[in-house]
Design a protein around this ligand. Structure first.
Ligand SMILES: NC(=O)c1ccc[n+]([C@@H]2O[C@H](COP(=O)([O-])OP(=O)(O)OC[C@H]3O[C@@H](n4cnc5c(N)ncnc54)[C@H](OP(=O)(O)O)[C@@H]3O)[C@@H](O)[C@H]2O)c1
Length: 171
């Protein structure tokens, strides 16, 4: 099983702004297209806080897994997992029926940290936003320091990198 991270952040590790309508401090339509196109019809995993920022149209055209510890929570267009173990078990079942689907961990910071620290990610598609936007949700850039980095796209406002993690537990 191959789980790939896909997120955008500034060089200072800002990934979100909880007071913004979108949850993000920036708006780059082409970057959103990259995210939408890459994840379309695939499996996406996210934390419950990220879920609320995404449209029903977006969620329903992907197999959406949401991590939440809330008892009996039901969210439209989503399968709920109460723990990381639960999530891996569900992924194992789904991928049997959808062997061609890719699996993307899309954030936010809490869930990204959980997956990175647990060495569950093989690659990371990281969009580095060039402008130093301010925000209140951060991901520590130290997690990417030892990764091999390949530039996928570079434009005026951001660069998209493919990062390969050296240690990866799932096979
Ligand atoms: N720039 C980007 O690429 C990007 C990507 C995604 C999100 N974001 C932004 O990031 C922000 C949200 O990130 P966040 O870190 O605050 O929240 P988050 O990671 O989206 O969600 C955190 C929630 O996940 C659940 N959770 C955490 N650990 C769990 C575990 N081990 N087992 C089960 N459930 C677990 C809990 O939900 P319950 O409270 O329901 O129990 C927790 O409150 C938003 O501003 C969003 O827009 C940015």
């Amino acid at each position: 099983m191959n789980i790939i991270g896909i997120m955008a952040m500034t060089k200072d590790g800002v990934i979100g702004c909880s007071s913004s309508n979108t949850g993000l401090p920036w708006y780059y339509p082409e970057e959103i297209k990259h995210f939408s196109f890459t994840t379309l019809n695939n499996i996406i995993i996210m934390g419950s806080k990220t879920y609320y920022f995404l449209s029903k149209k977006f969620l329903s055209s992907r197999f959406t897994i949401v991590l939440s510890r809330q008892n009996n929570i039901k969210l439209p267009f989503a399968t709920i997992c109460s723990s990381l173990e639960d999530c891996i078990n569900i992924l194992t079942k789904i991928t049997l029926n959808k062997p061609k689907s890719k699996i993307y961990m899309i954030g936010g910071a809490t869930i990204a940290e959980l997956f990175i620290k647990s060495q569950l990610l093989s690659y990371f598609l990281l969009t580095e936003i060039h402008y130093p936007y301010q925000g209140d949700i951060h991901l520590d850039m130290k997690y990417f320091q030892n990764c091999n980095k390949i530039i996928i796209t570079k434009c005026k406002n951001y660069t998209i990198f493919l990062l390969k993690f050296k240690h990866y537990l799932l096979k």
